[in-house]
Design a protein around this ligand. Structure first.
Ligand code: RFL
Ligand code: PHB
Length: 394
């Protein structure tokens, strides 16, 4: 029997999306005595197992520590002092610690999601999974309403003081902002990434970003027993064209260096993902605020997406605390401009790094790329520029 619940729930903040942005915001708000309800389109199992990011900036790690979920990260994650930049025959270490005095952390987004679920369970955070047809009413007032259909098919209604749209690039929140498309910017890249997860010990201590005439390759990792690797492929390529053997052969060729060998192992996950840059210059309308991939996405080359999302979450958390506890409307009106400063910096860096490392097939482009990579390798100023952006500009 379907219960038609017309009784509205009440909370201070309705959060759309239980990805890292949504759940971290809910924890941040709870620690500042602000109540929230989270509404998620997919199942908890799906959200927890979705394979995505792996590289965290120090401010991201600090935020995870602050909301009390950093313990496992510090035990099981790896602190990296730099990355390797490679062209055929030459592998060069860019030492972040030496160049800019900072490091980054390798810890999978899936692990963060598990830690968040555990913290939300312990704190009895209210989360509706498999919620459909989310839509809003009165977002330009101080009492917006969120409507949705719960997993049992019952219509639900939440009266709140603010809505946080943390529902990723394909979510509904951004689209609820009037004329949002007129102030949005997008670049779709003419290549994709084929990503694999493999049960094999990483073949090297830090990440390798490799330029190769066949296309870009990235050697990353998740743990002492699990490697994560990526290959540049054609945008319309299909995963069925890539047997496990072909993936390893191509990775071995693009990452090759005399005297070094790429270890192979069982491939447990394989998929192709499109690459785009997107920025909505509108991140707020009335009491609806956007955070994370709902407002912007970057190609993963610079490992910026999750870090940028969590920069928004910190700013939005601070903004909502001021708005709801001190009635500070000015701070709310400044949220977008504060967030966009880092968004555009990371968008430029991700575009620059992507453009330098991915081949187009044009021999003139290839010569320019090799010249640029050699300059980054040889010039301490150019290396420091890469390092400063990679570790995250504060
Ligand atoms: P998410 O993770 O997309 O979560 C949004 C959530 O909202 C739900 N949702 C809805 N809920 C209710 N109603 C609706 N109508 C809804 N529509 C959607 C979705 O189901 C989902 O649960 O966004 P969020 O939280 O802002 O987090 C962003 C990050 O996930 C993303 O930026 C990163 O994964 C990007 N990224 C990387 N970022 C890094 O900082 N470092 C990395 O090393 C890195 N590597 C990567 C990456 C992204 C990748 N892919 C798959 C694009 C590597 C890859 C391969
Ligand atoms: C990853 O480990 O998934 C990863 C790391 C660095 C990137 C992109 C993805 O730039």
């Amino acid at each position: 029997m379907k219960l038609n619940s017309n009784i509205a729930m009440k909370t201070q903040v309705a959060i759309i999306g239980a990805g890292p942005s949504g759940l971290i915001l809910s924890r941040y708000l709870a620690l500042h005595n602000i109540e929230s309800i989270v509404i998620e389109d997919r199942s908890r199992e799906y959200v927890q197992s979705r394979v995505r990011a792996g590289m965290l900036e120090t401010p991201t790690v600090e935020l995870l520590d602050e909301i009390g979920i950093g313990e496992r990260l510090h035990k099981e994650g790896f602190e990296h002092k730099g990355i390797y930049l490679q062209i055929p025959g030459k592998r060069h270490h860019i030492d972040f610690q030496e160049l800019v005095g900072q490091t980054v952390w390798v810890y999978g987004q899936t692990e963060i999601q598990k830690d968040l679920h555990a913290a939300c369970d312990a704190n009895q955070q209210q989360i509706y999974y498999e919620a459909k047809d989310v839509h809003f009413e009165n977002i330009d007032s101080k009492n917006p309403i969120v409507h949705f259909t719960d997993s049992s098919g019952n219509p639900q209604k939440i009266e709140c003081l603010a809505i946080a749209g943390c529902d990723g690039f394909w979510g509904v929140s951004r689209k609820a902002i009037p004329d949002v498309d007129a102030d949005s910017f997008e670049r779709v890249y003419p290549f994709s990434w084929l990503g694999i997860m493999a049960n094999v010990k990483p073949s090297i201590d830090e990440l390798i970003y490799a330029w190769h005439p066949n296309g870009f390759a990235l050697n990353s990792m998740r743990s002492e027993k699990v490697s994560r690797l990526y290959l540049q492929v054609e945008p319309n390529d299909h995963i069925d064209n890539w047997s496990d053997e072909r993936c390893w052969d191509e990775l071995s060729e693009r990452l090759a260096l005399p005297g070094w060998k790429l270890e192979r192992g069982e491939i447990t996950e394989k998929n192709i993902l499109a690459m785009r840059s997107f920025v909505s210059n509108k991140m707020q309308y009335g009491r609806l605020f956007l955070a994370g991939d709902a407002a912007h996405t970057v190609p993963p080359t610079g490992a910026k997406g999750l870090n940028l999302a969590l920069n928004d979450v910190r700013l939005l958390g601070e903004t909502l605390v001021k708005l709801l506890q001190q009635n500070d409307e000015k701070s709310a009106s400044e949220y977008t401009s504060k967030a966009l400063e880092k968004v555009w910096r990371a968008t430029h860096f991700s575009w620059w790094f992507t453009s330098m490392m991915h081949t187009s097939g044009d021999p003139f482009d290839a010569q320019l790329q090799l010249s640029q990579i050699n300059h980054v390798i040889k010039s301490k100023y150019a290396s420091a520029n890469l390092a400063e952006n990679y570790v995250g500009i504060r």
